[in-house]
Design a protein around this ligand. Structure first.
Ligand code: 13P
Length: 254
């Protein structure tokens, strides 16, 4: 049976007041309690524990936006996978284009993070996707293949079991220009076909989310596509009313 994974990536947004109002609103919404979907909220690291207090009573899982490549030691300013486990985090976003581009994260760094998460009890949300130039040059599949291939090389055959892949075309993030749902469907199919060729996973167990300028008005068209298993939402996830409306749409599609 299809189940959606709806994740909120708050990025560098939010404060105590916003969090308090956000969950006051969510607690009153029946769709949040329906358990049809998996709902994940990834606030900034500093608010993880604060959000944990709210989500532990609801059908929502806690996500982190990043981890360090080390487990402990002299790495000022970093957070390890062990610390995230310790405070009740379940999912970790890695490979986001904002970290690849603004924090110089290479595929090698992302693979190290992926590996650490796979060795823990946490679940990675691995972001992949092409730039606008890649798209113009017809290189979308090539870029995605490279991003996935590197993971297989290091992790081996069951890399994508119990993993979420988020296809986020970089040109669609925060621009208001979402990709075409039909095009995304083809790319998700491509991703799944590529993975089953290398992984022992059943194709129906591969989870691929779409991310990039999702909002209340366009969410339905994406979720109706057979190979879109969820959404990774930035801006629209900061507004509790809009976020809940998107969850409600997913409940109705199921
Ligand atoms: P927007 O929904 O703001 O485009 O952000 C998408 C994203 O980057 C989620 O990780």
């Amino acid at each position: 049976m299809k189940k959606f994974f709806i994740a909120a990536n708050w990025k560098l947004n939010g404060n105590i007041n916003m969090i308090s109002n956000f969950f006051k609103y969510l607690k009153l919404q029946s769709s949040i309690h329906s358990k049809k979907n998996t709902i994940i909220i990834a606030p900034p690291t500093i608010y993880l524990e604060r959000v944990y207090k709210d989500v532990s009573n609801m059908n929502i899982f806690l996500g982190a936006q990043n981890i360090d490549i080390h487990l402990k030691g002299a790495f000022t300013g970093e957070t390890s996978v062990l610390m995230l486990e310790d405070i009740g985090v379940k999912y970790v976003i890695i490979g986001h284009s904002e970290r690849r581009l603004m924090h110089n994260e290479t595929n090698d760094i992302i693979i190290k993070k992926f590996h650490l998460i796979k060795e823990s009890n946490l679940i990675p949300i691995l972001c992949i996707g092409e730039t606008e130039i890649d798209k113009k040059n017809g290189k979308t599949q090539e870029v995605i293949t490279e991003q996935l291939h590197d993971i297989f090389k290091k992790i081996g055959k069951s890399a994508f079991k119990n993993t979420i892949i988020a296809y986020e075309p970089i040109w669609a993030i925060g621009t208001g220009l979402s990709a075409e749902p039909k095009d995304v469907q083809l790319i998700h199919k491509f991703i799944k076909n590529y993975i089953v060729k290398h992984d022992s996973i059943d194709i129906n167990d591969i989870i691929v989310q779409y991310g990039g300028s999702i909002n209340y008005s366009n969410a339905k068209k994406f979720m109706e596509q057979p190979d879109i298993n969820g959404l990774l939402i930035g801006n629209a996830s900061l507004d509790p009313a809009e976020f809940c409306r998107i969850i409600k749409i997913s409940d109705h599609i199921l």
